[in-house]
Design a protein around this ligand. Structure first.
Ligand SMILES: Nc1ncnc2c1ncn2[C@@H]1O[C@H](COP(=O)(O)OP(=O)(O)OP(=O)(O)O)[C@@H](O)[C@H]1O
Length: 634
């Protein structure tokens, strides 16, 4: 065996993967009535010709290829019972325990039932009442815990209550679409997924959802806009393009949601997001409602994000940036040259345990696009059905790869960080970090592709010498997620001074998250704490009750712990991309190249110098910092 045996587990053999993995898919025959539904605004009736596609239809829903006789479709809410919840801000609307309490309207309730959502997840219990009360929200909750519905439900419900019609303005030549809601996300695939979800939730409500993303023909998307749009789901590059062509106006936006908000506001996207939100006619904070969601929210990014918000509520479910305990995390010390043979051992074990095929998908993260292609090729050559996804593939190839992974035709997907965030593929049972990312938050998002919606999952990481800067953050994260930390990793953590590419790890108290206003004393207001899905308002601070907190003054043990454990450096941009020449870790995120020009240490290949913009960056953003290279801008 060619890997170092100082592993988490003495045995080289992997136990059978978790079995609570099969999610039953909804099988509803849609009511294809052409009459207006209960909550449907006037003017939103559907004729037979423009009959809505039924997203619950088994024959057309890709996910349903994964149907299994196992009926364990219901989310495991026990897994969320003890999750700490922290809410700060003024006049915080109380959480709910059931969807019925929320009064989303009959049409939406029907769709929730069709989705088989029996009760709200913790983030939904807390976030939906806040959003329905019209408040701005910065929300942080663990991967796979239902954030998409948490921002979609209030938006759809709000649009239905407005009883509006899909408005159009006038442009130079064509009609200008004026959506009421804009949902932005960093990758094309995630935008498509949110679009599919939002369509499902708004089925037969008359609310029109359209998606716009780069790499796909713009004309088709413009045609869809022509048919009317209430909710536009978009990636930033394509959106700017359409606004500049005067095909979209943001002047009627009432709801703005940023999914993966920390990513949208970090150095790769911030400038373009600011352009969209602040310079392209969108109503200002206060005149619109802004909802920011992510599983991770570094303090520095919270500070940037607060520009977009007014009198907002900060909500965290689980510690900010934590991984869920549902994911069994293992880390192995493997030299770079031994990684392939170790991967082969793992895949062989999985095969011999019967954990293969469409109900046991394996997602393998690598550092570079070329590395992804090479590994895919090597796996296929060794008898494993694999495909790859990364930012150098044209959109059609990206979509094909994801489709064949989802339906189990190729149960192994080799991916760069383009697949790290947000993607909800039901049967991913194992995430393997063949190459670890430099940033702990990226690790959190990557492993979060498994262990979703209350199901358990397995994450294995190959740790090599060059990952030593991540050791401290990784060990701390694992400890906080109740994982066994190998002794050798603790030793690495003790000797390494860094917290992973300069960003401090926000560890500390296991309890709750951290609203940056609380420590900087500039806002905040009341706070209350709550655990899991019970109804109690248990206060976990230093004795004050719900609503009785002064702004940041009564921060209690939680705050003290946070500060005491705060790492040496906060999130520093310079370390993020510029100081690692020869290293292209960040070279692939939804088509962006974040790395400086240089030579990829891993493959020995040159990667492009700053300023390169690839062929399908239509209307894409210019490289706005010398070290940033925009390729295939979404
Ligand atoms: N109330 C609910 N009951 C049952 N299943 C739910 C509920 N809410 C969401 N889900 C399911 O949970 C899964 C994960 O949801 P979602 O993709 O919104 O997670 P997320 O928090 O956005 O994750 P990530 O941080 O990775 O983006 C989805 O398959 C979704 O359909």
């Amino acid at each position: 065996m060619s890997y170092n045996n100082n592993n988490y587990n003495d045995s080289s053999s992997y136990p059978p993967l978790p079995t609570r993995l099969h999610r039953h898919q909804p099988n509803y025959s849609a009511n294809r009535s052409t009459t207006r539904t209960h909550n449907q605004p006037p003017g939103r009736t559907h004729t037979n010709q423009e009959q809505e596609h039924n997203p619950f239809d088994l024959s057309t829903n890709l996910n349903q290829l994964n149907l299994n006789s196992d009926n364990s479709n219901v989310i495991n809410f026990d897994a969320y019972e003890d999750i700490p919840v922290e809410t700060t801000g003024s006049d915080i609307p109380p959480p709910v325990n059931t969807f019925a309490e929320i009064r989303l309207g009959k049409a939406l309730d029907d769709n929730i039932r069709r989705c088989k959502y029996v009760k709200p997840t913790p983030i939904q219990r807390h976030a939906i009442p806040v959003a329905l009360a019209g408040r701005d929200l910065m929300a942080c909750a663990q991967t796979g815990s239902g954030k998409t519905a948490a921002f979609c439900f209030p938006i759809i419900s709000g649009i239905l209550k407005q009883n509006g019609t899909t408005p159009f303005g006038s442009g130079r030549r064509m009609r200008v679409a004026c959506p009421l809601a804009l949902i932005m996300s960093p990758t094309r695939e995630l935008s498509c997924q949110i679009h599919d979800e939002a369509k499902k939730f708004s089925h037969q409500t008359g609310v029109k959802v359209v998606v716009a993303y780069g790499g796909a023909p713009i004309n088709r998307q413009l045609q869809n806009l022509e048919k009317g749009v209430d909710i536009l789901v978009a990636t930033p590059g394509r959106l700017v393009d359409m606004i500049e062509r005067e095909r979209i106006s943001l002047k009627r936006i009432k709801y703005l949601a940023l999914d993966e908000a920390d990513r949208m506001l970090d150095m790769g996207f911030e400038r373009q997001i600011r352009q969209i939100v602040e310079e392209m006619g969108m109503p200002p904070p206060g005149a619109r409602q802004t909802l920011l969601f992510s599983a991770t929210f570094p303090t520095e990014i919270q500070r940037l994000a607060s520009d977009f918000l007014k009198n907002y509520i900060f909500l965290s479910v689980g510690r900010v940036g934590s991984s869920t305990d549902l994911i069994d995390q293992r880390v192995e010390l493997v030299q770079d040259m031994d990684k392939r043979s170790r991967l082969m051992d793992i895949l062989k074990d999985q095969r011999s345990n019967g954990m293969t095929g469409k109900f046991a998908l394996t997602l393998v993260f690598v550092e570079t696009k070329r590395g992804a292609d090479l590994l895919e090729h090597w796996l296929c050559g060794n008898g494993y059905s694999a495909t790859a996804i990364h930012g150098d593939k044209v959109q059609m190839e990206r979509e094909r790869a994801l489709r064949s992974f989802k339906n189990g035709s190729t149960p192994i997907l080799v991916a760069t960080d383009v697949a790290a965030r947000g993607l909800d593929v039901p049967h991913v049972t194992h995430v393997i970090n063949f190459d670890l990312p430099k940033d702990i938050d990226d690790y959190v998002h990557r492993i979060g592709r498994t262990g979703r919606a209350g199901k358990s999952g397995l994450a294995t990481a190959f740790f090599s010498e060059k990952n030593s800067s991540l050791a401290k953050a990784l060990a701390q994260l694992m400890q906080e997620s109740n994982q066994q930390v190998p002794t050798w990793l603790t030793q690495y953590a003790e000797t390494s001074s860094s917290y992973g590419n300069g960003r401090s790890y926000r560890g500390g108290s296991k309890f709750g998250g951290h609203d940056f206003r609380s420590s900087s004393n500039n806002g905040g207001g009341g706070k209350y704490s709550d655990y899991g899905s019970g109804s109690k308002y248990s206060d976990n601070g230093s004795g004050s009750n719900y609503g009785n907190y002064g702004s940041g003054s009564n921060y209690g043990n939680y705050g003290t712990d946070y500060k005491a454990n705060k790492g040496p450096a906060d999130y520093t941009y310079s370390d993020y991309s510029g100081t690692n020449p020869g290293d292209s870790t960040y070279s692939d995120y939804s088509g962006h190249d974040f790395a400086a020009a240089g030579v990829d240490a891993h493959s020995g290949n040159e990667f492009p110098a700053a300023g390169h913009v690839d062929a399908y960056a239509s209307g894409g953003a210019p490289a706005y910092q010398s070290e940033i290279v925009a390729t295939g801008w979404d």
